[in-house]
Write a protein that binds this ligand. Structure first.
Ligand SMILES: *[C@@H]1O[C@H](CO)[C@@H](O)[C@H](O)[C@H]1NC(C)=O
Length: 470
């Protein structure tokens, strides 16, 4: 194992160096925006080694930069359709990277990973050195950090660009989750991420807790840092008129669920909504367990009937659909109907606004990121019950103000029983107001006042730069 590991890492480093030297021949440097020429506006390469259609935050960064007149090259994979506003925006050019193929089963991870890294280095370096002119800034998403962090920081040095890392999470904690904490690649990727992370000129984080953590070892970042909280997209809006609610439910709920609409409207059936990626890092059994308890607990024998809509695609979906069918057939879910679907995005957004409570099972691998789905739920004015055992939880969900936290299925069942029952109505109303309030601050406000100011695209009233010291 160890010799293979050493050779594959050495192979990566040598290959990386060879590719860069190959590309160095013609390198040009960024010389600053020249006055007058429209082609010499401030330019930013926005980079994510992921599917652009599933990178909402980098999409919003690109749209915000473009809105203020700078030129954006948005770099990433084109797997699903990117946001339509990106495609139609004259200030944004999408620069697709070829997607590396998946690992065939007969090739071990330890051999496949170095090949994949070199493939990515080649295409990324080619794009950033040859195809694109030098930019004033490169704004990259982390994770994935391999090889983006190395390539981007090197190219920034070579081309006189400044590097911004947008920290969504850590690559090594995610790897530790999928490969096990003792896998040798975990130690390597931790070392790599901590050391190369320091090379950026500016850091953006999704939570204050993450910014505090990046200041401390092993990261020990001393450069300027800004927390830019995720905010709901414009498509997520509360619905207050009962007529709109009825129309929306009729549009989205079809088949046997449509029969429940009159009872959803008069509140005798409550609507619960959750979205999940159906992967092991979101323990769906927690919600299923809670629903069984909710439906059958002696204390809630008068449990309000419930329609639970679970949307999302993922590997464990069928497994859980079978479990749900078994539990229903065995009479363990009386008064609870569970509807698993993959709703189109717009339908999902509207249904959030019609629901009584959202459930979030996100368990943070780093302890300091936050679930985007709760941000969206708040945008739709929907209060949440959310898994709470991680450090940054309180930066988004305020206990008793816009939602409730739980750690076990028993606690979740208790929250459902209380909030969806008659005695919980006043509290649920209060949480709903709190959710709408939290969701009313939108991305543009958050971005313009922080990133826009630092990039020099927005002037702040008091002329100050809004750094947090972490
Ligand atoms: C593109 O940039 C120009 C300034 O160069 C600006 O006036 C315009 O509003 C921007 N367009 C979009 C769609 O953001």
């Amino acid at each position: 194992m160890i010799p293979i590991l050493i050779s594959s890492v050495a192979f990566c480093i040598l290959g990386f160096a060879a590719l860069i030297i190959l590309f160095l021949v013609n390198i040009t440097k960024y010389k600053g925006p020249a006055a007058g020429s429209p082609e010499d506006r401030v330019s930013v390469h926005v980079l994510v080694l992921g599917d652009l259609g599933r990178s909402p935050r980098m999409t919003y960064h690109a749209l915000s930069i473009a809105k203020h007149g700078a030129k954006v090259n948005l770099i990433g994979y084109l797997e699903t359709a990117p946001h339509p506003d990106l495609v139609s925006n004259a200030n944004i050019t999408i620069m697709p990277l070829p997607t590396p193929r998946g690992r065939p089963n007969f090739i071990p991870f330890i051999l496949f990973a170095p090949w994949k890294v070199l493939y990515q280095v080649y295409h990324l370096a080619h794009l950033l050195i040859y195809t694109l002119p030098p930019a004033q800034w490169i704004l990259m998403q982390n994770p994935p950090s391999i090889p983006t962090l190395a390539v981007a920081s090197l190219i920034c040095r070579l081309r006189n660009s400044k590097l911004i890392i947008d920290w969504h999470n850590y690559g090594w904690t995610i790897l530790a989750g999928t490969r096990g904490a003792n896998h040798p690649f975990v130690a390597i990727s931790k070392f790599y991420e901590c050391h190369l992370g320091r090379l950026a000129d500016l850091h953006l984080t999704v939570t204050h807790a993450m910014a505090r953590q990046l200041r401390r070892p092993p990261y020990s970042i001393t450069k300027p840092m800004l927390t830019v909280h995720d905010r709901p997209a414009a498509i997520f809006q509360p619905i207050s008129s009962p007529q709109t609610r009825e129309k929306t439910l009729k549009r989205v709920l079809l088949g046997p669920d449509a029969a429940l609409i009159p009872r959803l409207l008069d509140g005798t059936v409550r609507l619960l909504i959750s979205s999940t990626s159906w992967t092991p890092d979101e323990d769906f059994s927690l919600l299923l367990d809670a629903l069984v308890r909710y439906a059958t607990d002696a204390t809630s024998s008068s449990a309000t009937p419930l329609l639970a809509v679970i949307t999302g695609k993922g590997p464990q979906k069928e497994l859980y659909q079978r479990k749900i069918a078994e539990l229903t057939a065995a009479g363990r879910l009386p008064n609870v109907r569970i509807f698993t679907a993959f709703l189109p995005f717009a339908d999902y957004a509207s249904l959030l606004a019609c629901a009584d409570l959202g459930v979030c099972l996100h368990m943070s691998s780093s302890g300091v990121d936050l679930p985007m789905k709760v941000v969206d739920m708040f945008g739709a004015g929907l209060p949440v019950a959310a898994y709470s055992a991680y450090e940054s939880f309180g930066e988004l969900v305020k206990e008793g103000e816009n939602g409730r936290g739980f750690e076990t299925a028993e606690e979740l069942a208790g929250i459902l029983g209380h909030l969806l029952g008659d005695e919980g109505r006043t509290e649920l109303d209060r949480l709903r107001k709190g959710a709408a309030k939290e969701g009313s601050r939108r991305w543009d406000e958050e971005w313009d006042s922080k990133v826009g100011v630092v990039l020099g695209l927005v002037t702040k009233d008091d002329g100050s730069l809004g750094f947090c010291d972490g």
